[in-house]
Design a protein around this ligand. Structure first.
Ligand code: TUI
Length: 315
């Protein structure tokens, strides 16, 4: 059985979290993942607080199992969205793209499990001191907003630096990746891109098609110069970004090009001029299937790898 102490901490069957993805992981996907024994997470991105409340209520109607909400700290609504997750008594709150320090007290007061995403040892150490329950350690293989280090390099360093559970994210696409994360000392994994192609994911079908066709070198990172690096699938938009970056266009011009582009891709299906945020494992995703089957296969494959490694270890 693939079970770790993270399962007890979060009240789930398998130590598999579905990463919160803006305009992608709504109540339907999150509830499907939680029903399958993982932890589904509603991605809020820059969504207004009313939308977040409605999604939380929809997820509560769809599942009695625990689910999470991801709060994107760069959002202009971050503070109000935090108020909503506290009022709605969401079981698990993950944060991304910043330091959630000032919110941790209020979240813990209502019994929420607080799990920030970190991309450095320094922030991991600082947040452990504030009493967070676990950390999601995300490497730059991930889609969307990323840090600078890879999962392989960052996870063992943070495992050594903190005592709380570490969840590995970034570059994990199948059971081999889950087993590798456990080998690095993680007690669980978070996967985003893998779940975009879940049958229950309401993202535009053209996004799923683009992921299914993606090859190993089809993601690119733009925005390194502006300090907000983002990984997405290569298309006409990323070429426009690269052009602006090559001629060292002003930051405002680069930021303007990005406005509304995530929604354009994920909701409206504009996979050429929209921002199709996805991780490097896109090339490992080859079919659309229900979240239940994705999780079942991940668990079976991880167990198989662990058994093989176990036999190897016995010489
Ligand atoms: O948050 C993410 N990935 C995301 S958020 C997103 S939506 C978006 N919309 C517009 C512009 C940009 C993004 C798409 N993808 N991942 C979690 C993550 N957090 N990765 C890296 C970090 C991170 C980086 C720096 C966390 C903390 C941090 O600390 C900075 C500090 O204050 O020390």
């Amino acid at each position: 059985m693939l079970r770790t102490e993270l399962c007890d901490l979060l009240g789930i069957d398998y130590p598999i979290l579905q990463g919160g993805m803006a305009w992608v992981s709504d109540a339907k996907l999150a509830a499907a993942v939680s029903e399958a024994g993982g932890l589904g997470i509603i991605g809020t991105g820059q969504a207004p607080p009313d939308w977040v409340r409605q999604q939380i209520r929809e997820a509560k109607a769809l599942t009695t199992r625990p689910f999470g909400v991801n709060v994107m700290l760069l959002s202009p609504f971050a503070e109000e969205v935090m108020r909503v997750v506290v009022e709605e008594r969401v079981a698990v709150v993950t944060t991304g793209a910043g330091n959630p320090g000032k919110y941790i007290g209020a979240l813990r007061e209502v019994g929420a499990r607080v799990i920030p995403v970190v991309a450095s040892v320094a922030l991991a150490r600082r947040l452990e001191q504030t009493g967070v329950d676990a950390l999601i350690v995300e490497g730059m293989e991930s889609g969307g907003h990323i840090g600078e280090l890879t999962t392989m390099v960052l996870v063992p360093q943070i495992v050594d630096a903190v005592r709380i559970p570490v969840i590995a994210a970034g570059g994990i696409g199948d059971g081999r990746g889950v087993a590798a994360a456990l080998a690095l000392g993680a007690l669980g994994v978070q996967m985003g891109t893998r779940f975009i192609c879940a049958a229950e994911c309401t993202v535009h079908p053209r996004v799923k098609e683009k992921i299914l066709k993606a090859k190993d070198r089809d993601t690119v990172v733009t925005g390194r110069l502006t300090g907000h690096p983002v990984r997405c699938l290569r298309n006409k938009l990323t070429r426009q970004f690269e052009e602006l970056e090559t001629r060292q266009a002003p930051v405002e011009e680069l930021e303007k090009l990005g406005v509304g582009k995530l929604r354009a891709a994920m909701v409206d299906g504009d996979v050429e001029y929209g921002s199709v945020m996805a991780g490097q494992i896109a090339a490992l995703v080859r079919e659309i299937k229900p979240a239940r089957d994705i999780i079942r296969e991940l668990v079976a494959e991880t167990e198989q790898v662990l058994r093989r490694l176990g036999r190897m270890g016995e010489g």
